[in-house]
Design a binder for this molecule. Sequence first.
Ligand code: DGT
Ligand code: CA
Ligand code: CA
Length: 571
Amino acid sequence: MVNQQIAQKFYKTADLLEIMGENPFRVRAYRNAARTIESLGRDLSEMVAQGEDLTKLPGIGKDLAQKIQEIIETGTFQKLKELEEEVPPGLIELLKVEGLGPKRIKTLYDTLGITSLEELREAAQKGEISKLPGFGKKLEQTILKGVVLAKKEGRRFRWAYVESFALELVDFLKKAKGLNAIEVAGSFRRKKETVGDLDILVTATNPKEVIEHFVTFPEIKEVLSKGSTRSTIILSSNIQVDLRAVEEESYGSALHYFTGSKAHNIAIRSLAQKLGLKINEYGVFKGEERIAGRSEEEIFASVGLPYIEPELRENRGEIEAAMEGRLPKLITISDIRGDLHCHTKWSDGQYSIAEMVAAARRLGHSYIAITDHSRRLAMIKGLDEKRLEMQAREIEEVRGHFPDIQILHGIEVDILEDGSLDLPDSALELLDIVVAAIHSKFKLSKKKQTMRLLKAMDNPHVNIIAHPTGRLIGVREGYELDMEKVMKHAAQNGCILELNAQPSRLDLNDVNLKLAKEMGIKISIATDAHNMDNLLYMRYGVNQARRGWLERRDVINTLSAEKLLETLKRQ
Ligand code: DGT
Ligand code: CA
Ligand code: CA
């Protein structure tokens, strides 16, 4: 539990207390404490572990000190939980709207009985809000805009999460009578790390029947609209789905249009305009005549371009590259030959070395690196020199049972605050591969954090930096880093950067991957598996790699075992 999370809990408690109209002094006490915690230079959990007296901190009395302890020890905060049950959930959502604080939310609730975003929007549109004392026309407009944003925000889902729903829905739709083509377009098709909503495109002999079938999908929470060629639903998982039926002769242009991204579409459209063409979701037109529309290839060809893969369509240089015939030949999952980051029971993994190796072999891998944690990470028993030696002996034994897969003995060594590693070189030099990572002190200044990583890369035994930015999608921003400096250093030292394939990490992100590639840095796409199933995360890593323009030659674990070992030795 990091300070930031504790502070967030206190802020939220203060907000909810205020909405409930509770004692303003208590509200203020929570806010003050949250501010103290936020700006604290030290880890509260460490202070608690060392039995330090928290009441010495400004704004923290005996009561709040106890609450901090409760949060750290149990991971939850009872008081906040009770409040969240007490306050209508719709009111809590209103806090996301710009221009609305808890005080105003209370007024809206007390005077107009507003308890949801939808009711807020209606009241604003009717002009009821501007009539309230202290609100006014301008604020009403701000609120109206804020509602739209708040409705979008928090509605993004990780790609891997959305995938199962998308596939199920496509299977279901395929059972509709007269369905011909079907494709999930939008950000899902571009394999973006998070997806806002699903955009499904179909062609059908009788679109009406497909729509009728669509709205009978069992997992629907709400049907928002249902027309003759369009329908929008919300699934019980809260994912929104747009379905559109189009004509055969427009399918390619509709697919291109609804695949996006918007920025890519706009760039293609202006390219078409220069050629005297008009392009929209119905086709490419020269005057009144439709000259293309049936397939995406046709659309690209009409503006003089080869086919551009959906993952590249972000207007990040793909159109220029296509014009100049230097589009990358994107990596695919079948290029992958092994996995260079996984955990076993020796640290926080769930399976034995033999079990992980067997699972990797079933996936057709030629090699797997066993890289358990080096230290006691929170509750994890890590590897010191002695246990590392014991593990080496077990690996040697397992090798005997698996002659057709290479087992690399490695470690995920912790990078300490000053950039040194928590195992001596004498231990690291005995290993086949060293993966180094930051797991603590996320709040260091940009300068210090950058220096910390550079120093770790200076250790000649370090082959790979794992999850280089430390971000968790939708949960936590990465620590502050001068990415350009980090990459320059990696390029100079021949240090490999990881693309962690965990759906919650996907770290490095697409933009940084492209940058790394341009700087000649090699990437390891690795699952960081903590159990056998996790080895399948490789697919998500490859998706992200494709968005980062990576080709087979950019990725180290596309090499044969022999070549890989050669490369690692030269570090
Ligand atoms: P998302 O759903 O937020 O993850 O992202 P997308 O890319 O799926 O966006 P979405 O669902 O709003 O729209 C689907 C596609 O439709 C989008 O990628 C491009 C196209 N599109 C939407 N609005 C516009 C627009 O105003 N202009 C152009 N050129 N294309 C648009
Ligand atoms: Ca979408
Ligand atoms: Ca959409």
